[in-house]
Design a protein around this ligand. Structure first.
Ligand code: KIV
Ligand code: ZN
Length: 515
């Protein structure tokens, strides 16, 4: 029987470390449920010691997930490990993932520790983590730029202490496939107890080689791949789950390895993550891009019509494009809506919230005949209009008047920290006028570094999904808003970003500073 590749998804941890991708507990839970449906073996739910919010998210995911192992990252210290263990206590299957940097550069300049101290700390961390679970992963951070002799010594030590997975991190995306495969082979051959652990790869995409490096690692004996949906992650991101999984599956003739992923859940997962984080998928992105299966050129279309396999190596329906089905419509009742929420893993806190979401669904269905899963995700994500206690600003009403060749005028009413306020502004187009009116009432002084509009599903009646990215004082936040009216969607996105900027929740980046 072919070996199985363990798919370790770190969208909720490494993915969330991308500036602007921070998610609420409820959003993380929805993604975790989708990852479970996808059949991911391990979900890295977060870095529990980062903040109380992160702790609560890991805890909630640990308690909700049944079919995947839930993991928390922790630096190589007792406090982080205890926090991870505490957050994971309710998990049916749990893993603690601890790490420390092993490259000369990171040890000297970042950790300011000697190799001996790093060696001892790594061993101590794994020994301590084993007190809470027998499923412990250890990562030598910046492993691909570490000295091989030292790496062998550290890894042998942590396996002796009981590490069950060894994850070689190409933290800065520096590796090239042949060299990375050599590194994995060398380590596996030279470390006497290497067969006591499962080998894993964690690659970043700075040179666009994360997927190639991961697959090279697999050819050299790695049996776990760490990856994220849409390749989300710090800087240029991580190995894209959809790409490695489809490469292993489509080229099974070459890799001869099993993956336990339900590939039909890939596109829904991609949509969910991009909708929540505001990180839009480029149209020509492999597997999940809008053009991935679109045959624009006449020659290709002709070939595909005659015989599909002439130009298609995968089937769109196998990765879930067909899963984009009509689920509800104007006549669907509250029970059908509630049941669909359940099937999508969306749990709203109270009946009041269900009612409010159902009302938004009805309003949407009045103007749009077919309601897709994506529409439902978008309307429950919509925090700008429903009564969330933690929201500082909410949209009450808005409108604009514009005539061709004239400067449009926007009028916006907001609920700001308990009080209603209205403002009118003109601008260079209705979106500009609307956002200026909002900014006049809630002055943020933030710089807008991104504004993008996407159609959630095809056709002109589709909801527009707007992403706004704001930067201020070193913080970056994304706001997403959806509505059939793209000016309303823009206002919602802007307000969502303002609320995120206003919530002071700061988290510690696990990879910056001391262990
Ligand atoms: O990139 C990296 O080194 C990491 C580790 C924490 C595994 O994300
Ligand atoms: Zn990483």
């Amino acid at each position: 029987m072919a070996d199985k590749i363990i798919i370790f998804d770190t969208t909720l941890r490494d993915g969330e470390q991308s500036p602007g991708a921070s998610m609420t507990r409820e959003e993380k839970l929805r993604i975790a449920k989708q990852l479970e449906r996808l059949g991911v073996d391990v979900i890295e739910a977060g870095f529990a010691a980062a903040s109380n919010g992160d702790f609560e998210s890991v805890k909630a995911i640990a308690e909700a997930i049944q079919d995947s192992t839930v993991c928390s990252l922790s630096r190589a210290n007792d406090r982080d490990i205890s926090r991870a263990a505490e957050a994971l206590a309710g998990a049916r299957s749990k893993r603690i993932h601890t790490f420390i940097a092993t490259s000369p550069l990171h040890m000297e300049s970042k950790l300011r520790m000697t190799p001996e101290q790093v060696y001892e700390q790594a061993r101590m961390a794994v020994r301590f983590a084993r007190k809470f679970t027998d499923n412990v992963e250890f990562s030598p951070e910046d492993g691909s730029r570490s000295e091989v002799d030292f790496l062998c010594r550290v890894i042998e030590g942590v396996i002796d202490e009981g590490a069950t997975t060894i994850n070689i991190a190409d933290t800065v995306g520096y590796a090239v496939p042949e060299l990375f495969a050599d590194l994995i082979s060398t380590l596996r051959q030279r470390i006497p107890n290497s067969d006591k652990a499962i080998w894993s790869v964690h690659c970043h995409n700075d040179l666009g080689m994360a997927v190639a490096n991961s697959l090279a690692g697999v050819r050299a004996g790695a049996r776990q791949i760490e990856c994220t949906i849409n390749g989300l992650g710090e800087r240029a991101g991580n190995t894209a789950l959809e790409e490695v999984v489809m490469a292993l599956r489509t080229r099974r003739d070459f890799f001869d390895l099993e993956v336990g992923i339900d590939t039909t859940q890939i596109v829904p997962a991609s949509r969910l993550v991009s909708g929540i984080t505001g990180f839009v998928v480029q149209p020509n992105k492999a597997v999940v891009g809008a053009n991935a299966f679109a045959h624009a050129s006449g020659i290709h279309q002709d070939g595909v019509l005659k015989q599909r396999s002439t130009y298609e190596i995968m089937r769109a329906e196998d990765v879930g494009w067909a899963a984009n089905k009509i689920v509800l419509g104007k006549l669907s009742g509250r029970n059908a809506f509630k049941q669909r929420l359940q099937e999508l893993g969306i749990s709203l806190d109270s009946e009041e919230e269900v009612n409010a979401a159902f009302q938004r669904f009805k309003d949407l269905a009045d103007g749009k005949a077919d309601i897709f899963d994506e529409d439902i995700h978008a309307l429950v994500s919509d925090r700008t209009v429903h009564h969330e206690k933690q929201e500082y600003v909410r949209l009450v009403s808005m409108g604009q008047s514009s005539e061709m060749g004239e400067s449009p005028l926007a009028r916006v009413t907001l609920w700001i920290d308990g009080q209603e306020e209205t403002h009118e502004c003109s601008g260079n187009g209705p979106v500009d006028a609307t956002l200026k009116a909002i900014e006049a009432m809630v002055p943020s002084g933030a710089e807008m570094t991104l504004y993008s509009v996407n159609a959630i599903s095809g056709g002109t009646e589709a909801q527009g999904e707007v992403t706004v990215r704001l930067a201020k004082g070193g913080r970056i936040v994304n706001g997403v808003g959806a509505d059939p009216d793209i000016i309303v969607a823009s206002a919602k996105a802007y307000i969502s970003a303002l609320n995120r900027l206003h919530s002071k929740s700061e988290r510690v980046n696990p990879q910056i500073g001391t262990p």
